[in-house]
Write a protein that binds this ligand. Structure first.
Ligand code: SF4
Length: 342
């Protein structure tokens, strides 16, 4: 199977052209066809000589995924089920923000996930394989095709743990971010991790302005281990130390995700514990009421309990947003379209 052309850096395309006896400027033309005009075959690259078009078609794949199913209507949140060249399935989500007139695409980074968070459908059957950078970029291009333009934001919150596929995710980000291509600003790209400390440490040294979001879901290690097995590998204390180093090194604000689950992590005392944990951080907190999924029998707290939790954080000066439905529901439900077909 040919590798995806969307996984190459511009410099690698230049090297390919050079190897084939073509001038370097051809690579820039190809890049433009791929990411500005967004064609889906070498044949459509009209300003390239026919032999080069043939070479490209022989060496690379231009379409590494196929859309099998779309849930939701245009203009609303839409969830796509995509089939990869080897038959594996992933999900990609389009989340429009009509007031801001922007669209966010939530991409998968792996087929399945090995982290097994209790409330997430994606991790229930383990990981099958990593996605290549070309496949990840392919998700964004598929969405661009549907929207008739490139999306404004990309979040790595779909199936998989991005730091468990670090190299391909970072490669994809650099391709998406390229100023002569899709040009999606680094600050408009969010990596969301369940708490893979080694990934946070590596990212701190990349010199990239991407956003980092860390899923906490509990204010102490004991409760966290009950819903997030990753806490056994990287306990909360270690995670928070890595986050502190990350903010010190990069000067960037981390967003902490906290899913509120009735009777597990939603008490006022736990809100105070969370305040204590985050007080020294310059951070944001997203509070997300649990969206019920078949795989987990937890429930969302009642409105009053959530209000008290939110106010406790706000009173302590922590920048907190309450996020219901859309992305949050989709996060909990992420992997369900795929799971239905397994
Ligand atoms: S929430 Fe993320 S890390 Fe946890 S199982 Fe689901 S995909 Fe994996």
């Amino acid at each position: 199977m040919n590798s995806s052309i969307h996984g190459l850096f511009l410099a690698e395309l230049e090297a390919f052209c050079k190897e084939q006896g073509q001038p370097a400027f051809r690579a820039k033309q190809i890049w433009d066809w791929l990411y500005v005009k967004r064609v889906s075959s070498a044949d459509e690259m009209k300003n390239l000589p026919a032999p080069l078009r043939e070479l490209l078609a022989d060496h690379f794949s231009f379409q590494c995924l196929e859309k099998l199913e779309t849930k939701g209507a245009p203009g609303e949140t839409q969830k796509l089920l995509l089939k990869l060249a080897d038959g594996e399935l992933i999900e990609t989500v389009i989340i429009p923000a009509p007031r801001r007139q922007s669209n966010t695409v939530c991409v998968s980074s792996q087929v399945g996930c090995r982290f097994g968070c209790a409330f997430c459908a994606s991790g229930q059957k383990g990981v099958v394989r990593n996605l290549s950078a070309g496949e990840i970029v392919g998700e964004v291009l598929e969405v661009a095709k549907m929207l008739g333009g490139r999306p404004d934001n990309v979040v790595f919150m779909g199936i998989g743990e991005p730091f468990d596929n670090y190299d391909e995710v970072l490669r994809a980000i650099r391709i998406l971010n390229h100023p002569d291509g899709l040009c999606i600003g680094a600050r408009r790209i969010t990596i969301s991790t369940c708490g893979v400390v080694s990934g946070i440490q590596r990212l701190a040294d990349e010199g990239l302005q991407v956003e980092l979001s860390v899923s906490l879901h509990a204010p102490d290690s004991e409760v966290r281990s009950r819903v997030m097995p990753v806490n056994e590998t990287w306990p909360l204390e270690e995670l928070m130390a890595a986050c502190a180093d990350y903010t010190a090194e990069t000067n960037r604000i981390i967003t902490f995700e906290y899913t509120l689950i009735k009777g597990l992590n939603d008490s006022e005392a736990q809100a105070h514990q969370l305040v204590k944990l985050l007080r020294k951080f310059s951070c944001r907190v997203n509070l997300i009421p649990l969206s019920p999924v078949e795989e987990f029998d937890g429930e969302r707290p009642d409105a009053e309990t959530m209000k008290i939790f939110l106010e406790t954080l706000e009173k302590a000066g922590i920048n907190t947003t309450f996020r219901d439905s859309k992305g949050s529901a989709l996060k909990a439900a992420c992997g369900q379209l795929r799971a239905r077909r397994l």
